[in-house]
Design a binder for this molecule. Structure first.
Ligand SMILES: Cc1cc2nc3c(=O)[nH]c(=O)nc-3n(C[C@H](O)[C@H](O)[C@H](O)COP(=O)(O)OP(=O)(O)OC[C@H]3O[C@@H](n4cnc5c(N)ncnc54)[C@H](O)[C@@H]3O)c2cc1C
Length: 459
């Protein structure tokens, strides 16, 4: 506690900000209070939805264990509770006679309703509730265009965002004086929360793993980001999305380190971080975005269980689409270019509802994030912020451009591993005997005809 700090302890409620560095809520609590209790609630409501999906749980548990180690080095522990987040938080406040709760502000609809419920409980208990920035670089709502409550188009947002001055990063507290937390509550293993197995090749979670990944990225990837970020077979992107989603890294610190590093890739990379903020500010202004078209266009989506199932399983007969979908299953991750291709295939070629695709992504992606997921799905489907809503990606042209030698496809579609070079993108051109031997499906639709039919006006 610094000189002049208020007596009485505070609770820092961690949510998806699982770090000790550049953490405004933690830094303020330590500065302003003589005792700080760090807590995380395994929220029953979130765990029953896609947040309880095995990949995200496995990553989350890594994050909590890492956070506990960081807190232990600073003299305290992470108290972990399970149940209703408001009840469990208020119980801790009461048990430890705390006077304030500090947490990160979060624009998702669920986080806002959680905050409103906590605010009511705090008002009744005479406890101060403080929300701090930290989920994005620029807080949603901090930038607005003249006459609007949010930016609808990215480029003007990017210009305004790039010009904002940024405050200094916050150091991790050296020492955290906490109340005695006997019975802190152990961190369960992921399987105890959801027995379903996670994807076989998951990234490891936590602030320290995130810092290592960031270090590797700055040393070996950022420089060539602009030219390589769309190349499917390469490790040309940062793989930081899950660390950003769970708040293992503060987005401000990632931006700062990328800028300090400089080089040609730095601006292109900053632009992607800005896209993240952009979608968050749209969601904050339009909380119905996860279910309602941002720009309705009267779509009457087709419903084909057969096509949707084939898409999910990576069995559409389009190797580039199937490779993306199988990367998702194997790693809980998919390259951004592949996300664009598979999403366009679902919504523009097969003309299936984007909500179906967003739900499948949410069930498997470690980085699944309401704002980024539905913002991007709507963008691709033409119902969102794309200024060219009629754009349709041709899977074959995309494949030849972004996986010119077919290496990405061969990596994820073992049936095609023996087909050399770019021929792997068009198995339908192989001789019929060879095709039969592959055990790979025929194309489920013919792209051009299907996409044309989807665009045709219906009476
Ligand atoms: C249909 C679809 C769904 C998506 N769903 C998600 C999602 O649920 N969560 C998610 O984090 N990203 C999502 N994205 C955006 C993007 O695909 C991922 O952020 C990116 O692939 C993560 O890999 P990376 O960390 O290596 O990215 P990099 O290329 O290294 O980018 C750096 C960071 O910038 C941010 N970023 C990059 N592209 C975008 C973008 N288009 N929109 C918003 N932020 C971006 C991410 O935080 C990313 O980690 C989606 C894209 C599409 C097309």
């Amino acid at each position: 506690m610094s000189a002049g700090a208020a007596p009485g302890g505070a609770l820092v409620l961690f949510t998806r900000d699982l770090r000790v560095r550049d953490h405004a809520a933690l830094a303020s609590a330590v500065r302003e209070h003589d005792r700080v209790l760090a807590a995380f609630v395994l929220d029953r409501e979130l765990l029953s939805g896609s947040c309880g999906a095995p990949n995200r749980l496995a990553f989350l548990i890594d994050c909590l264990e890492d956070l506990e180690r960081s807190l232990a080095e600073r003299g305290t522990h992470l108290v972990v509770r399970r149940g209703d987040v408001v009840q469990e938080t208020m119980r801790l406040v009461e048990e430890h006679r705390l006077v304030a709760i500090h947490m990160s502000d979060d624009p998702t609809p669920y986080a806002r309703s959680r905050h409103a419920r906590l605010a009511r409980a705090c008002a009744g208990a005479r406890v101060a509730l403080r929300a701090h920035p930290g989920i994005t670089v620029v807080a949603p709502g901090a930038l607005t265009p003249a006459g609007g409550d949010h930016y609808r188009v990215f480029t003007p947002y990017w210009r305004a965002w790039s010009g904002l001055p940024r405050g200094p990063l916050l150091r991790a507290p050296h020492r955290i004086a906490g109340p005695s937390v006997l019975g802190a509550g152990t961190i369960p293993c992921a399987a105890a929360l959801n027995p379903a197995a996670p994807s076989p090749q998951l990234q490891r979670g936590g602030e320290n793993a995130g810092r290592e990944q960031l270090g590797r990225w700055l040393r070996g990837g950022l420089e060539r980001y602009e030219e390589r970020h769309d190349a499917l077979p390469e490790q040309g992107t940062s793989r930081l999305s899950a660390y950003l989603h769970f708040g293992c890294l503060s987005p401000r610190s990632v931006l700062e380190r990328a800028r300090t590093h400089g080089g040609a890739g730095s601006a292109a990379f900053a632009r992607q971080l800005c896209w993240r903020d952009f979608h968050h500010q749209v969601l904050a202004a339009r909380p119905q975005l996860p279910s309602v078209d941002y720009r309705p266009r009267g779509d009457r989506w087709r419903r084909s269980t057969r096509q949707a199932d084939a898409w999910r399983a990576g069995q559409t007969g389009y190797p580039i689409v199937d490779a993306g979908m199988r990367q998702l299953t194997a790693e809980g991750f998919m390259h951004n270019r592949a996300r664009l291709i598979v999403a366009s295939f679902l919504t523009k070629t097969m003309y299936q509802d984007w909500r179906l695709g967003a739900a499948h992504f949410a069930s498997l992606l470690i980085d699944a994030d309401v704002a980024d997921n539905v913002g991007n799905w709507q963008w691709v489907a033409g119902t969102g912020n794309d200024t060219r809503p009629n754009r349709v990606l041709n899977p074959l042209r995309q494949a030849k451009r972004f996986d010119p030698h077919g290496d990405y496809v061969r990596r994820y579609v073992p049936e095609l591993a023996g087909v050399g070079g770019a021929a792997v993108h068009e198995p339908w051109r192989l001789g019929s005997a060879q095709r039969r031997g592959l055990g790979y499906p025929e194309p489920i639709v013919e792209h051009e005809a299907a996409a044309r039919a989807a665009r045709a006006p219906r009476g």
